[in-house]
Design a protein around this ligand. Structure first.
Ligand code: MCN
Length: 786
């Protein structure tokens, strides 16, 4: 086995079971005596519950129990929020898993039915009679922050969940100077609500042993250890008696970070009834009750000099939180958004006010990119506006402002230290590769048949590899951000890796095997990656924030290096050489200068496990574990380019070209990286052109199914070209940075910049996302004064 396996695009070992239908998801779990739960969810966005009559439902065929908010009183603690943002006047609205007095979004659980089968449970839901007294509702975060807005929570004035500020440099002076001698550009940006669309909806199966008090929860989650932690706190089952298993998870995109009311309710039912209980969400329930993403109203202004040097950025953001604060919600529009506002540039003065606002919508959580697409959009859109105002090429304005190449740390005004980057070279490579000059020349030929050509670029840097834990504490994240790995080499040289991280589509079963294979020279097929079961894996803080490879991969690399070090000592002992005289290459330990005097890793695995002849004081076995807490985040970056043709008669946008240049350090598996970028780019394009969670004036979700919510379709996309540069992270043992969210962070603004570049000759400077044909057409008509 060659050490070159690191960096090779081997096929994903996960795929055969995924594409042949032989994977086991939570809904595939069937246990003896198992019964089924269905949640009755509020149809009102905001209402008082005056009466609930469950008598008819309780006596319906197959029904075992109906529980309401009264029943869980005292049995379940309130649903927790786990990001207690400091210095923000955070006001958490405590709420029960089943609403008792007031519902605050269409989807709030009002009752649960448990029946012998799923259909009986659903039929019985219709028999529960709930009397509501409707209350006024509000969905737009800006409207919800107004003094006369309906009040969601009695003691949270103005619906304000928090007010957080990031500030560095003298912003007011920068704007004063720009007003006198330079330029200022302003924009109002609506980051519409988005609905994450994982292939698998949410599900939970709870099995409680009333004799032992042990509970097993199969749960479709991105972070089983966090689920165990929070379920223990809410249900009272001690952590040592609580096992959480995330079997196959069909994607999450952030929506499976949260621990949901329905998870706690399923556990409650299993505890009460003493039989296993399964709950699986329907797709429309998923739209209604699984967390949404984005939902910002952003007012942004950028100050610059007349030759295009950026001097200041000032913004105010109203971030819709939905009815309650979801598990990680407060950190998203703040830490993951506000701290990234300097982007790839050295902006000397930045101030942002972020207001988290309660609204009558589904709680908002992380959605691929989580805060960073919204930050990148603000900055990169404003840079295009600045370039347009000064009649400069947007690529030149970026080059003029980029932080110069750095290898080991660069401080930006928001307080972060980026690890490494070469932003100018990345953009130069992208522009060369796509023949940007030729594209501009073609554009200069003018519209063809009413179709205007637009070229959009954006440059991004993102914060990922979430860690270190010390920072987690400082920013109020109620957990650690380290990862751990155990590597166990069996007597025949086959390897088991136990990891706390919990991939759910990203491919780490393949790339982590590549790490092991590269470090100790075993075949990737001889390495099994075990994850997603809290009883069988060491602690891990989950897969989100593109951290699994940056943090979990580092833990693994360090553990497997310990194996290599021990194997070297053993080999020296067996070959009667001193350790200093030993060399290692490609799975073989040999005496320097005498390659035939060698032991393979398999030889050593056997000898270590039988332990007949160990060096003095050495423990038997070939196993190592590592707890890795990174010294800093990692900061991948890149530049993307899109070309569009806009039909000014119909407003239709045709995306004709998309090229992504990303730098995530050395790539373990370029095919997986490409796949991640493809998926991410498409999700970002979805926001730019098609997707929007629409609520009506009474806060009813009217895009409540896939019929009404426009997901990206393959036939509407051009080939997505993925190129790269490689800048290692100085602090990661393998130099790698994350890539899982990169595409989404860059692509939304890239495509919007392209459309608005196309429409510049017509005087259109702003359109609200998504850029549907109707909105584009109307913007053109408005610009024409029609
Ligand atoms: N990788 C690599 N070389 C690098 C960096 C990464 O080969 N230099 C590989 C990794 O080993 C892994 C993949 O690329 O196989 C993504 O790794 P990483 O960037 O570490 O991201 P995570 O595994 O932490 O995944 C989280 C990220 C996030 S936050 C969202 S949201 C998202 C995403 O990944 N959700 C996804 N990608 C997704 N892909 C699928 N199929 N489903 C989701 O729900």
């Amino acid at each position: 086995m060659s050490t070159r396996i690191f960096g090779s695009g081997i096929r994903r070992r996960e795929d055969p079971r995924l594409i042949t239908g032989s994977a086991t998801y939570t809904d595939d779990i069937t246990l003896p005596g198992m019964v089924h739960a269905a949640m009755l969810r509020s149809q009102h966005a905001h209402a008082k519950i005056t009466k609930i009559d469950t008598s008819e439902a309780t006596s319906a065929p197959g029904v075992l129990a109906v529980y309401t908010g009264v029943d869980i009183d005292g049995a379940l603690e309130p649903v927790p929020c786990a990001w207690l943002l400091p210095d923000s006047d955070l006001k958490i609205a405590a709420y029960p898993a089943i609403a008792k007095d007031i519902v605050r979004y269409t989807g709030d659980i009002v009752a649960v039915v448990v029946a012998d089968d799923q259909y009986q449970a659903y039929d019985a839901l219709d028999l529960i009679k709930v009397d509501y007294e409707p209350l006024p509702s509000v969905i737009n975060p800006e409207a919800a922050a107004k003094p006369d807005a309906p009040q969601l929570h009695p003691d949270i004035e103005g619906n304000q969940a928090f007010h957080w500020v990031v500030s560095g440099g003298d912003v007011d002076a920068a704007f004063k100077e720009a007003a006198a001698t330079g330029v200022i550009v302003k924009e109002r940006i609506i980051q519409q609500r988005l609905i994450p669309n994982a292939m698998e909806t949410r599900a939970a199966v709870a099995q409680y042993n009333q004799a032992s008090g042990e509970l097993t929860l199969w749960n479709t989650t991105q972070n089983p250890h966090i689920v165990r932690f929070l379920c223990s706190a809410v249900t009272g089952v001690p952590e040592d008696k609580l096992r959480v298993i995330a079997p196959e998870v069909g994607g999450g995109f952030g929506s499976k970070i949260a621990v949901y009311p329905a998870d706690f309710v399923t556990i409650f039912c299993a505890k009460m009834l003493g039989v296993p209980v399964k709950w699986t969400e329907t797709r429309s329930e998923n739209y209604q009750a699984t967390t949404h993403g984005r939902d910002h109203v952003q007012d942004v202004e950028l100050a610059g000099t007349k030759d295009g040097k950026i001097t200041g950025l000032r913004c105010s953001v109203q971030a819709g939180m939905g009815a309650y604060l979801s598990t990680a919600a407060p950190g998203i529009p703040t830490i993951l958004h506000g701290l990234m506002l300097s982007g790839c540039y050295d902006i000397p003065a930045i101030k942002e006010d972020v207001y988290g606002v309660y609204t009558n919508g589904v709680p908002v959580e992380a959605y691929r990119g989580a805060g960073r697409p919204e930050a990148t959009f603000m900055l990169e859109r404003l840079i295009d506006l600045l370039a347009a105002k000064l009649d400069l090429d947007p690529a030149d304005v970026r080059q003029k402002n980029f932080i110069p190449k750095f290898d080991n740390g660069h401080d930006v005004i928001t307080g972060l230290t980026y690890d490494s980057g070469d932003y100018p070279s990345g953009l130069t490579k992208l522009l060369g590769h796509t023949d940007y000059k030729a594209l501009r020349a073609k554009q200069a030929e003018g519209p063809q048949d009413g179709k205007y050509l637009g070229i959009g670029i954006s440059s991004y840097v993102e914060i990922c590899g979430l860690g270190p834990s010390q920072v987690a504490g400082a920013i109020g994240f109620q957990g650690g951000l380290w990862e751990s790995a155990i590597v166990r080499v069996h007597p025949t040289g086959k390897v088991h890796v136990f990891i706390g991280a919990s991939p759910h589509g990203q491919g780490e079963e393949t790339t982590f095997a590549q790490i092991v294979a590269s470090e100790i020279g075993v075949d990737t097929n001889d390495v099994k990656i075990i994850h997603g079961d809290t009883d069988n894996t060491p602690m891990g803080w989950g897969t989100y924030g593109s951290r699994t490879t940056a943090v979990g991969g580092a833990a693994l690399a360090m553990a497997v290096r310990k194996i290599r070090d021990k194997a070297k000592v053993l080999a020296a002992h067996l070959l009667e050489a001193s350790v200093e005289d030993m060399d290692y290459d490609d799975g073989k330990f040999f005496v320097k200068g005498s390659p035939d005097k060698s032991k393979t890793i398999q030889d050593i695995a056997l000898l270590a496990n039988v332990a007949w002849n160990m060096p003095e004081g050495m423990e038997p076995g070939l196993e190592a574990s590592t707890f890795y807490d990174p010294p800093n985040f990692v900061f991948p970056y890149g530049s993307h380019l899109a070309v569009v043709e806009v039909d000014t008669e119909t407003g239709h946008v045709e995306l004709t070209k998309y090229t992504a240049l990303d730098d995530c350090g050395p790539q373990i598996n370029p095919i997986i990286v490409e796949g991640q970028v493809h998926g991410g780019v498409v999700q970002g394009i979805g926001q730019a052109l098609w997707e929007e969670a629409v609520y009506d004036e009474s806060a009813q979700l009217i895009t409540g199914s896939m019929l009404d919510y426009a997901l990206p379709r393959a036939d509407r996309l051009p080939p997505i070209e993925v190129i790269s540069t490689v800048t290692p992270s100085p602090h990661h043992p393998l130099g790698v940075k994350g890539v899982g969210e990169a595409g989404t962070i860059a692509s939304t603004v890239t495509v919007c910049n392209a459309v608005l570049d196309a429409l510049r000759p017509l005087g259109v400077t702003s359109i609200d996302m998504p850029f549907t044909p109707e909105r584009v057409w109307r913007a053109i008509q408005d610009a024409k004064g029609n």
